[in-house]
Design a protein around this ligand. Structure first.
Ligand code: AMP
Length: 296
């Protein structure tokens, strides 16, 4: 049966006791209102160890002043039940005032991979993410931490945070779990009204259009981006924050990509009032001649 841990010091003690026994700890940070995407991360964590800690904390510092912190969906009992079924041993659920007591004065800022895309449209968001993840790492003392590719730029930030601050943690990235029409699962999908929900598969459609032209030989970045915008604009209610392609490791945006490059296609767009993000990683194919040799 899963155990709920509210207190940071209690959580540290539990993790240390496991470590003394030689157990490995895996952490799955979440903001709750769990769906199959989150549960897939818990199951992935279970591949590494039985001592899985899921964290449930709606982190105020990663929401902008006009964002949805107060109305972010919450359902503790349901989350607890789902976590338990997915095989998490602990649910770490600290209070805001325990994470950020009066006088809390630290913020972690990671530059580079956070500068554009989400970083540009959600100023301060990644500082909040980096700071809370560092605190969750220090609270749960994991050997493994599992995150979803769904938040692609966040995965780059977490890897950089872990490396730059020498956390002895292996970062594991798990694939995006989607609804039948391709919409990436998200706690925020509950905001979509029925009519808009029917159109929300357009993000996945756009990602696939980009994938298709890349597989057919397109390497020009702006032409790839144009195909994304064109596909998204088939829905009149859409407001695009960005729809772009970039080198997956660095988010650099060269004029053209090269065969063998890993390219990330990134989308953030409002459908009605709901902001959705999605991404896919695509490899730029090698060109072959008639004898199936790579043309360089
Ligand atoms: P959140 O509760 O939205 O902060 O997400 C917690 C973790 O779940 C993050 O690592 C997300 O990337 C991951 N996640 C969210 N949605 C999905 C999804 N559809 N598939 C896989 N992982 C996801």
């Amino acid at each position: 049966m899963i155990k709920v841990v509210k207190n940071i010091i209690d959580m540290q003690k539990i993790s240390l006791e496991h470590k003394l026994k030689g157990d490995k700890i895996a952490v799955v940070p979440t903001m709750g209102f769990l769906h199959e995407g989150h549960l897939s991360l818990i199951r992935k964590a279970r591949e590494f160890t039985e001592s899985v800690v899921t964290t449930l904390f709606v982190n105020p510092s990663q929401f902008g002043p006009n964002e949805d912190y107060n109305r972010y969906p919450r359902n503790f009992e349901r989350d607890l039940d789902l976590c338990n079924q997915a095989g998490s041993k602990y649910l770490f659920n600290p209070e805001v005032l325990d994470m950020y007591p009066k006088g809390f004065n630290t913020s972690i800022k990671i530059s580079g991979v956070t500068d554009k895309f989400e970083g540009e449209f959600r100023p301060g968001h990644f500082d909040g993410v980096a700071t809370v993840v560092a605190k969750l790492f220090n609270s749960t003392l994991p050997d493994y931490a599992v995150f979803g590719q769904k938040d692609y730029q966040q995965t780059l930030l977490i890897k950089k945070l872990t490396k730059d601050l020498n956390f002895p943690i292996e970062i594991v990235i798990a694939p995006t779990i989607r609804e039948i029409d391709g919409l990436a699962m998200s706690s925020r999908n509950t905001y979509l009204d029925i009519e808009i929900r029917k159109k929300a598969g357009v993000l996945f459609y756009a990602l696939n259009e980009a994938r298709k032209i890349i597989s057919e030989g397109e390497t020009n970045r702006l032409r790839i981006n144009t195909s994304l915008h064109k596909a998204l604009r088939t829905i009149p209610e859409i407001k695009i924050d960005y729809a772009a392609s970039a080198l997956a490791d660095t988010l650099d945006e060269p004029e053209s990509f090269f065969p063998g490059d890993s390219v990330v296609i990134l989308i953030a767009a409002y459908l009605g009032k709901t902001r959705l993000i999605d991404n896919e990683i695509v490899k730029i194919p090698y060109k072959l001649n008639e004898e199936n040799f790579i043309i360089t």
